[in-house]
Design a protein around this ligand. Structure first.
Ligand code: PGA
Length: 248
């Protein structure tokens, strides 16, 4: 039985002041048993947030990472830097990064760099509305896993800490989450595609997760946690989501 994992993706939101307020509000979640809670602030706030989260038992993640180690890559941030300031997790291949910044081609390098630095990669994948309409969901998931180098022949030890997040693009920020049955089906396809690794890898659902729908998603056998965007900055809502995930 994997411990449920709840990750809050704050995206490009917040200020020092508003983030301090959110942290005050969610601090008790570090003591919530039965769930691991992670927050992903924008890069510039990571070093400030990390000591506060680690003091209370919360985990911290970055929203992006470079595939390069260090050097002349203006504007990029390397995995070793993230490890250096106390990060635990890194989101890779979020659909906004794929759609707006062309990151689909970078995921294999980002995954490797993250693992080399001893961090836990959270590989995000999912189909868009048109692909879903055309019945291509499974093949899209398989090709995204293949692009990350995750289909066939990888040893479990090489991927220690890997997390996968199924995030259908049409569900992100729309208030229209996948049905529990559809989420379960996609998670099963992903777990099967991961082969021998599959049993070890937590698979999270993301896309309009709220207190209202988290329990029905979490009871699905292949849903091991949730990746929460909009609701993660609302203290009451996020606290409720974590409590419900812990119970599921
Ligand atoms: P949402 O975002 O919860 O606001 O739909 C999820 C995500 O982008 O990770």
């Amino acid at each position: 039985m994997r411990k449920p994992l709840v990750i809050g993706n704050w995206k490009m939101n917040g200020s020092r002041r508003s983030i301090a307020q959110v942290l005050d509000g969610i601090e008790p979640l570090g003591r919530q048993s039965g769930v691991e809670v992670v927050v992903c602030p924008p890069f510039v706030y990571l070093a400030e947030v990390a000591p506060r989260t680690s003091a209370v038992g919360l985990r911290i993640g970055a929203q992006h990472v470079s595939e390069y180690e260090s050097g002349a890559y203006t504007g990029e941030v390397g995995a070793a830097m993230l490890a250096d300031i106390g990060c635990d997790y890194v989101l890779i291949g979020h659909s906004e990064r794929r759609a707006l910044f062309g990151d689909g081609k970078r995921v294999a390098g980002q995954l490797a760099a993250t693992l080399r630095a001893g961090l836990k990669p959270v590989l995000c994948l999912g189909e868009d509305a048109e692909q879903r309409q055309l019945g291509e969901t499974r093949s899209v998931l398989l090709s995204q896993l293949a692009a990350a180098g995750l289909v066939g022949g990888r040893e479990t030890e090489q991927l220690a800490g890997l997390v996968v997040a199924y995030e259908p693009v049409w569900a992100i920020g729309t208030g229209n989450a996948a049905s529990p049955d559809d989420a379960q089906q996609a998670h099963r396809w992903i777990r099967e595609a991961l082969g021998a690794l599959g049993g070890e890898v937590p698979i999270l659902y993301g896309g309009s997760v709220m207190a209202e729908n988290v329990a029905e998603l979490m009871v699905q056998p292949d849903v091991d946690g949730v990746l929460v965007g909009g609701a993660s900055l609302r203290v009451g809502e996020f606290t409720a989501i974590c409590a419900l995930a812990a119970k599921a």
